[in-house]
Design a binder for this molecule. Structure first.
Ligand SMILES: [Zn+2]
Length: 650
């Protein structure tokens, strides 16, 4: 998954939900079971044995106007108690994110007779049903409903289909031992991309070859009225394609330069890893201002959802252009090599996220590096993007006083990407950015220890270059990482990693210095940061004063975050307040900038007038450091390892 995408849509409802839940818990106490009752789900644990028969799963997504996925599923069964599971722990989300709230209308029949199902009290993703004697198959019908108010998963021009939304599967089996024959019915004339292989086509319905359930869930479909398929590995030994759906035909235009750098991405990834773990690969790319954005990895494909103008406004949208490189890297790092505690036998066994600083942190590192090596970013854009990451971890990142980087790997489950009142203090999913800085430190350390004869590229070839072409999962532990690093060059890697992953205020910028660069601040943002702040399509359309007075806010003056113990925080500024005036004049971001710059000369505080819950108040911010934006500059007289890291591989 990508940082910052798929933010929770339901955050404003949380207060209401909490109130409802509080009422529910009172009711529960009234009707409580005896204190001695063991509160465990009545669900059989998965076994590594084949599930008898083949499930057929037919999904009709032709109703795009109302956003309804209509499902008909036939499951072969034996008489007796059966438990059907809705996928809960979804690979790539690292959390119990299965959207069961959007499943509706479930009816189960046997030989035309309706059977009553009952949800498990302690496992709400499990449905129990008693199958009568003589019955050999269950017929299920239900719907999955796309979000209709915000950005949904289906528009009148395109849709995405993740199979875990539309399948119930039998408990008691490993997902790889359950066989499914899927089909999809699309609107007339639509085309699609997927890693699934077609068995037959009839009208608007495509039936795919039977696959194991885990391959099905790992093989989503992107379909659309406006579609284009581009070959990214012409003449190569394994097919790689870019399958594009767009809001309008004009957005499908790809220039020669854009085609070249996307092809370079594939070549550079193959050169880095020395292998591939797929028989074919499809980048599913949606260019839309209506369908939800996405960044979701799979073994033989990836979901990449960006704004409609990804190609047409190429020179203005470098921010976030590392998305495809990030998701492609995951095919090696995350899908093929997966942390042992993250691998699960089916979708209803909990995941352990303790190695996400490898799964996501190293992917974030290589996502940036491959974007630069392929030419999708210039070296300068790479450094400007990296400066913004580094600045987040400059000196004391407030939250690292009380949490470790390792502890933030619990965030997918603990925080669900919800809106956080004081993000810098609470922290969220730091294993992405802090993990990236950690791996830069590892890369630089290898170069220092070997006089630049070896690098993290050698680790990549050792750790991923095995069983070429196989897409079985190959799990690893912390000790396997240490051992692979020691295979590159002997060092106390366990201690080196421990110091950064599992201590308070870890030395996360050491890699920058060791690679010949340092972080400085000037009063002018980089071109990359300007774009990051101003691009209206960006979900991060926020003005960044994090490194001066310590706030970020939007065009309307609504304060998105306040840096914990920063100048604004000390003055009493709160997240969620609206800035209505600066030094007695009506708020604008330009005027706030000028006020911060002017305060550098004088001794007067900056007077901020804020509005919150009907109250208006003015606070003095005693800050005289001027505007501050991060940049990287060379440490003269040292080797430029960063330049070597992003140089294209021959
Ligand atoms: Zn990711």
């Amino acid at each position: 998954m990508s940082p910052g995408l798929s933010a929770a849509k339901s955050a404003p409802l949380r207060g209401l939900l909490a109130a409802l839940l509080a009422t529910a818990s009172v009711l529960l106490l009234v009707g409580a079971a005896s204190a001695g009752e063991v509160r465990e789900p009545q669900v059989a644990p998965p076994k590594d044995v084949p599930y008898p028969g083949t499930i057929t799963l037919d999904v009709d997504v032709s109703d795009t106007r109302q956003g309804i996925y209509r499902v008909h599923e036939v499951i072969p069964v034996e008489p007796g108690r059966q438990t059907l599971l809705y996928p809960k722990w979804i690979p790539g989300t690292h959390s119990a994110a299965g959207p069961i709230q959007d499943l509706a209308g479930l009816v189960i029949k046997a030989d035309g007779e309706r059977l009553k199902w009952k949800r498990d009290k302690y496992a709400v993703y499990a449905f129990h049903v008693d199958v009568p004697e003589g019955v050999s198959r269950l017929d299920l019908t239900f719907q999955y409903l796309s979000e209709r108010r915000g950005h949904g998963t289906m528009t009148d021009r395109m849709l995405m289909l993740e199979w875990n939304w539309v399948v119930l599967y039998p408990a008691g089996y490993y997902s790889r031992r359950i066989t499914v024959r899927p089909s999809v019915t699309l609107p007339k004339g639509w085309q699609f991309g997927t890693a699934l292989e077609t068995a037959s086509t009839s009208g608007n319905t495509t039936t795919f070859k039977p696959v194991a359930l885990n391959t099905l869930v790992d093989s989503p479909i992107y379909a659309g009225r406006y579609f284009k398929r581009v070959d990214l590995n012409p003449g190569g030994d394994v097919p790689v394609h870019l399958d594009i759906v767009a809001d309008a035909p004009k957005f499908l235009e790809v220039t020669d330069h854009q085609l070249e750098v996307h092809r370079n991405l594939v070549t550079q990834a193959f050169r880095l890893f020395g292998s591939h773990h797929f028989d074919h690969y499809d980048f599913l790319l949606s260019l839309s201002d209506y369908m939800t954005g996405n960044g979701f990895e799979h073994h033989r494909s990836s979901e990449n959802g960006v704004g409609a103008d990804y190609f047409t406004a190429w020179k203005d949208n470098a921010t976030g252009r590392d998305l495809l490189a990030h998701e492609f890297t995951h095919s090696w790092n995350g899908k093929y090599r997966r942390p042992a505690d993250l691998w699960t036998p089916n979708y209803n066994v909990p995941m352990g996220d303790s190695l996400l600083w490898v799964y996501e942190g190293l992917t974030q590192y290589w996502g940036f590096v491959l974007t630069a090596r392929s030419g999708m970013w210039t070296p300068e854009q790479f450094r400007q993007a990296l400066a913004m990451v580094a600045a987040k971890y400059d000196k004391d990142r407030p939250g690292f006083v009380w949490r470790t980087l390792l502890d933030t790997t619990n965030d997918p489950t603990a925080a669900h990407r919800s809106m956080l009142p004081y993000r810098s203090w609470q922290m969220s999913e730091e294993y992405y950015g802090a993990g990236q800085m950690l791996w830069l430190a590892v890369d630089a350390k290898i170069r220092v220890l070997t006089n630049d004869r070896k690098s993290l590229d050698d680790f990549a070839r050792a750790f991923y270059n095995m069983h070429n072409g196989s897409w079985n999962v190959n799990t690893y532990t912390f000790d396997d990482i240490v051992s692979a690093l020691n295979g590159v060059v002997k060092y106390d890697w366990a201690g080196f990693l421990h110091e950064r992953v599992n201590t308070y205020t870890p030395p996360l910028l050491s890699g920058l210095k060791a690679s010949g660069w340092k972080l400085v601040y000037t009063d002018t943002p980089s071109e990359y940061e300007k774009e990051y702040m101003s691009r209206p399509q960006s979900p991060r359309h926020l003005y960044n004063f994090a490194w001066s007075i310590g706030i970020t806010l939007n065009d309307d003056g609504v304060i998105n975050d306040v840096l914990w113990k920063g100048p604004a925080f000390k003055a009493g500024v709160s997240t969620g307040a609206t800035m209505v005036a600066v030094n007695g004049r009506e708020f604008s971001t330009e005027f706030l900038k000028r006020a911060i710059a002017n305060a550098e000369q004088g001794k007067e505080p900056i007077e901020l007038t804020l509005k919150y819950q009907g109250n208006v108040y003015t606070v003095p911010v005693d800050y005289h450091g001027g505007l501050r934006y991060p940049h990287l500059v060379r440490i003269e007289g040292t080797p430029d390892y960063l330049g070597e890291i992003i140089a294209p591989r021959k």
